[in-house]
Design a protein around this ligand. Structure first.
Ligand SMILES: Nc1ncnc2c1ncn2[C@@H]1O[C@H](COP(=O)(O)OP(=O)(O)O)[C@@H](O)[C@H]1O
Ligand SMILES: [Mg+2]
Length: 239
């Protein structure tokens, strides 16, 4: 099973979502082994993983791989190898500034493509110009991919009405682009937890003495688990 976080626009939460979903308990319950795969040359997650290694943190069921190759066949071979060795692959795909090849590749190989997107004209236009043509092309070649593409409303206001946001995307998107029934809220905890190579659960433990930070961390964990449950629901319907 391959799940890819894709969005040609940078800074919409792909890497943060890939990381937090990979470490969610929901995903651990459904998949015995997960490979978190960074295809982004910028290497947000690579740096995070190095910090983790420096701290001698050992993960039982999650491994990390950074793919720096630009060669399609080489990448495909690597992905196939990782797919044989792991139950789940979570791909963190670069934004368009690095090149559209990875986006096309991930959209074509993934069983589920998750597109973090804000409710902003800017994001919607970028999506329409860059990602939608790729999705359309894939659907022309393979009509069975109609359930693959899902928006995750990202950086939403913590108090915003989730069903309104869902309805908004459902209205503006073509019927082959779905919307996940969960949102990724804007919150400082998502900017801070990963410093020092922590995952969200480790961060919560660290800040436990500070009641305010601990409450925020627990809320963030709850949200990521909800997102992960929705993701698992979508992939189990597909199977
Ligand atoms: N839910 C969130 N709320 C606030 N800031 C966030 C959130 N998720 C990520 N960020 C921050 O926004 C920036 C972009 O996030 P990132 O996950 O790296 O996006 P992308 O991989 O799409 O470029 C980072 O500085 C990150 O710490
Ligand atoms: Mg990124």
């Amino acid at each position: 099973m391959i799940i890819a976080f894709v969005q040609t626009k940078g800074g919409t939460g792909k890497s943060t979502l890939a990381l937090t979903v990979a470490y969610s308990k929901t995903v651990a319950r459904s998949f015995a082994s997960t490979a978190l795969v960074e295809m982004d040359e910028q290497g947000t997650l690579g740096k995070w993983w190095s910090r983790r290694e420096q701290n001698h943190v050992k993960d039982k069921h999650i491994c990390f791989h950074h793919i720096s190759s630009q060669d399609k066949d080489e990448i495909l071979e690597l992905i196939e190898k990782l797919e044989n060795e792991n139950d789940l692959l979570i791909l963190d795909v670069p934004g368009e500034s690095v090149g559209r090849f990875h986006t096309r590749f991930a959209c074509a190989v993934a069983d589920l493509v998750l597109i973090p997107m804000r409710t902003s004209t800017n994001d919607e236009e970028a999506f329409e110009d860059n990602l939608l043509p790729i999705i359309r092309r894939i659907l022309e070649l393979d009509t069975e991919s109609r359930d693959v593409f899902h928006i995750i409303p990202s950086f939403t206001h913590p108090l915003s009405n989730k069903s309104n946001i869902y309805g908004y995307f459902k209205d503006i998107m073509p019927d082959y682009v779905h919307c996940l029934k969960a949102v990724f809220s804007f919150g400082s905890v998502f900017e801070n937890f990963s410093r020092g190579g922590n995952n969200l659960y480790e961060y919560a433990k660290l800040v436990k003495p500070n009641l305010k930070l601990y409450e925020q961390a627990k809320k963030a964990i709850k949200e990521v688990e909800l997102i992960s449950r929705e993701i698992i629901k979508v992939v189990s319907i597909q199977e």
